[in-house]
Ligand binder design. Sequence first.
Ligand SMILES: Nc1ncnc2c1ncn2[C@@H]1O[C@H](COP(=O)(O)OP(=O)(O)O)[C@@H](O)[C@H]1O
Ligand SMILES: [Mg+2]
Length: 144
Amino acid sequence: MMSFYSKILVAHDGSELAEKALKTAMKLAGVDKRIELHILHVLKPLPLLDFLEAGEESVKVLRRERAELMMNEIKESLDGMGNPIVIKISEGHPEKKIVNYAEHHACDMIIMGSRGLGGIKEFFLGSVSHYVVQHAKVPTFIIK
Ligand SMILES: Nc1ncnc2c1ncn2[C@@H]1O[C@H](COP(=O)(O)OP(=O)(O)O)[C@@H](O)[C@H]1O
Ligand SMILES: [Mg+2]
């Protein structure tokens, strides 16, 4: 029987909690090989200082290369699963891109970390997870 959730979106920023979210998604998808796993990484607009220091293009290229390396590693770690896997790197505001991606690809669940790479650990939710929980139209599973 097809499980209730058939297209799961994992928002991955390279953080430990995002990795934990990915592992949870893998377990959920493991119950039925037809469940699609989508892994999305969003490159944020560059801070102004980075433009000034090294020039926009070189910083952008380096950042994209790093992101591609990370996503390739993730793809390899999913190779044995047998589920359909979609890996995507996009550019923009992560919170909006995650919500839009889920809508456009008809993902029926989002899995993400409560916090990511941001420094201030004062709040339970980071700004990205906070926004997505509020704006996503599908159940959003927050991993802590
Ligand atoms: N650039 C991004 N691309 C994809 N997912 C992201 C991105 N930034 C954050 N996320 C997701 O949101 C979760 C919470 O991160 P965030 O709200 O940014 O907290 P923090 O402020 O601690 O970085 C992460 O664990 C990850 O699942
Ligand atoms: Mg963050």
